[in-house]
Design a protein around this ligand. Structure first.
Ligand code: NDP
Ligand code: 2IT
Length: 444
């Protein structure tokens, strides 16, 4: 494989998809060496078959708002690769959603799901609909209209969606309800469902908790204790909230959270009580993070990201490309020694290069945030056997999966000087499993 040629071909065939190109480039650069050890991969053109999604569905979603006006949004589902199991991955509702963003997410998901040890392929979907500022009934009508198109492409053995930005328990509930009405089946073709109708304990917590479990594994390699470490977290949604919850329970000090308008800096640290306020503010009131600063009298910085604040550890948990080269240099200059990504592709290529050059502990999202989809996989298992496991059982399985992902990253990412390049480790380990499965199944 010649990475430059593969990339230039992809850019020519799929122009104007910068996030997709970015995600593919990062993976190809790191798997090139391993790929070229297997001439059989090249013979079967594995690389193009792995980079280009199996299929892409695009559809218009039409719904009626509270004023009686007819609205349209775009809907998408990318079925990227099902070599190791049914397509699996979340649905994102955000005004920025487009084909490029969903293709990058579906591509990443394929490698992430491969790392989880569970039999799941990769997919992603979403819409440029923004739930922010919409009434509950508007969100419901939109979800129903979205699924009226989507339902024919998904199923428990074919493609199992879940949540992502803008899609939480409320949205999954509305989508699953409509799906059941259309498909006349009750086999759990969505994960992140409510506990009353097939959801799994620990699924809401799983991405944030899983990221902290991965961080603990990384810290263990250096003999560092999480207690009293200062952590900067971005975002204040599902992933950020449970990341902070776990960090507090382990005695770390979380000093920042953010949303798309700005970030709060609390030098005393966010404690249990303040976090309960954030859960209510974000999940019930659907308010802005600025209100935290007003309530607790701390600093709020409008229109900025938290990476200039001094911290030991950074856990970006909002969105893609939220840490650029300057942010990375600021973090390093302030002594940050570990970055563990809750979000998907939050660091730009320049930022990643800074972290790797500085040889800090740096975990890419596809490894560190895989706890969410892992517990989704466990939800699918529970639905299949028609049983529910206890909180302790699911949490123990999540912890052992995160340990196993860390071990796989170490296997392929450990360098001669002892430094672990988790980017390379995650990409090669994720790739090898999918590649072997594709080879065994013939040219498809
Ligand atoms: P939520 O919708 O619950 O929260 C998203 C958070 O990020 C909000 O605070 C939101 O702010 C902020 N945000 C979203 N878009 C932007 C933007 N363009 N600029 C700045 N801030 C932004 O989503 P999740 O917590 O579920 O997802 C967060 C990240 O984690 C995403 O990258 C997602 O792909 C990833 N992820 C999620 C998993 C899950 O299980 N949910 C699993 C693995 C990864 P605001 O309120 O202003 O919109
Ligand atoms: O990016 C992700 O891994 C998710 N949004 C979760 C996917 C899932 O199927 O649970």
């Amino acid at each position: 494989m010649e990475v430059k040629k593969v990339l230039s071909d992809l850019k020519r065939r799929f122009p104007n998809e910068p996030e997709y190109h970015q995600a593919v480039e990062e993976v190809l650069m790191t798997i090139e060496e391993e790929y070229n050890k297997h001439p059989e991969f090249e013979k079967y053109n594995l690389i193009e078959r792995l980079c280009i999604p199996d299929r892409v569905f695009t559809f218009r979603v039409t719904w009626v708002d509270d004023k009686g006006q007819v609205q349209t949004n775009m809907g998408y589902r990318i079925q990227h690769n099902n070599a190791i199991g049914p397509y699996k991955g979340g649905i994102r509702f955000h005004s920025s959603v487009n084909l490029s963003i969903l293709k990058f997410l579906a591509f990443e998901q394929t490698f992430k799901n491969s790392l989880t040890t569970l039999p799941m392929g990769g997919g992603k979907g979403g819409s440029d609909f923004s739930p922010r500022g919409k009434s509950d009934m508007e969100v419901m009508r939109f979800c129903q209209a979205f699924v009226t198109e989507l339902w024919r492409h998904i199923g428990p053995q074919t493609d199992v969606p879940a949540g992502d930005i803008g899609v939480g328990g409320r949205e999954v509930g509305y989508m699953y309800g409509m799906y059941k009405k259309m498909a006349l089946e009750n086999t759990g073709t969505f994960t992140g469902k409510g506990l009353e109708f097939g959801g799994s304990l620990v699924r809401p917590e799983a991405t944030g908790y899983g990221n902290v479990y991965f961080l603990l594994e990384m810290l263990k390699t250096k003999g560092i204790d999480i207690k009293d470490k200062v952590v900067a977290v971005s975002g204040s949604g599902n992933v950020a909230q449970y990341t902070v919850k776990k960090l507090i329970s382990l005695g770390a000090k979380v000093i920042t959270m953010s949303d798309s308008n700005g970030y709060i800096y609390d030098p005393d640290g966010i404690d249990e009580e303040k976090l309960a306020y954030i859960f209510n503010l974000k999940n019930v009131q659907r308010g802005r993070i600025r209100e935290y600063a007003e309530k607790y009298g701390c600093k709020y910085v409008e229109g900025a990201r938290p990476w200039n604040e001094k911290c030991d550890i950074a856990m970006p948990s909002a969105t893609q490309n939220e840490i650029d080269g300057d942010d990375a240099r600021a973090l390093l200059a302030n002594g940050c020694f570990a970055v563990s990504e809750g979000a998907n592709m939050p660091s730009t290529p320049e930022a990643i290069a800074e972290f790797l050059n500085a040889k800090i502990l740096y975990a890419p999202g596809k490894a560190a945030n895989a706890g969410g989809v892992s517990v989704s996989g466990l939800e699918m298992t529970q639905n299949s056997i028609k049983l529910s496991w206890s909180r302790e059982e699911v949490d123990a399985k999540l912890q052992s999966i995160m340990k196993e992902i860390h071990a796989q990253c170490t296997l392929y990412g450990k360098q001669e000087d002892g430094y672990t390049n988790y980017v390379k480790g995650a990409n090669v380990a994720g790739f090898m499993k999918v590649a072997k499965a594709m080879m065994a199944q013939g040219v498809l």
